[in-house]
Ligand binder design. Sequence first.
Ligand SMILES: [Zn+2]
Length: 283
Amino acid sequence: MTMKGVPLLRVALLLLAGCASQGWNSGWAERLYVIPCGENHVKDLSRWTPGINAGQPHVFADHCYLVKHRDGWMLWDSGNPDRLAALPNGLTNPQNGITAYMRKPLAESLKEIGVAPADIKYFAMSHSHGDHSGNANLFASSTIFMQQPEYDALFGPQPQKYGFLPANFEALKGAKIVKLNGDHDVFGDGSVVIKSTPGHTPGHQSLLVRLQKTGPVLLTGDLVHLVYSWDNRVVPSFNYNVDQSLASIDAMKELAAKTGAKVWVNHDLGQSASIAKAPAYFE
Ligand SMILES: [Zn+2]
């Protein structure tokens, strides 16, 4: 080893350590499918954008996301319940002024891609609200990743207090649920990383997917409901913890800036129109 080589080696080792600590190993997900998973029509958008849009009706998109990795399939979020597909006028909850629709069952969309629910190796939801957990019971044979605070709220004595519907999780009681306390590298190669982003619910999480051609994509769940909300740090007043929500937005903005990730906002109908849907996919 020459005198000159030593510092270079040190620099290289430091760089390697830096990559490992950020979860930036060499892996890529092979494909990302964006699946329409319902629509939610609301009477008053201002519940989601406090201070503006009072009395404005709005249509929120709803998506599920399917990741193909060489080591298996992962499903992120499960949308509105498939049974709503039988209700052309949707299902209205008079209490919160939301009418939920499911135009095409998730099971059918998966089938078109050639995937059965039993093929889903890993299943995770951004959080446990009804428009993300509608079909969770289909994935009882998957390994499920959930933040510990979300698990405690969901399977604790008062799930309704957090807006969770226990019936959506009936089949998961005996399932393999891996409880997380923070971020998690799903396939161990940095290609798909769950990011802890609490606030909307106690254990809300987001997903960073690295694709070779498309680049990194950040799936934000209900961290924000609109691109407008992402740009302006706006969250619903009914969030579990508003301060925590804003801190999570700031952390994800930093991550997106650092990685150059595209930010896909689950419920933004306008943005959704510009994103190709399954059976098309991103790679
Ligand atoms: Zn939600």
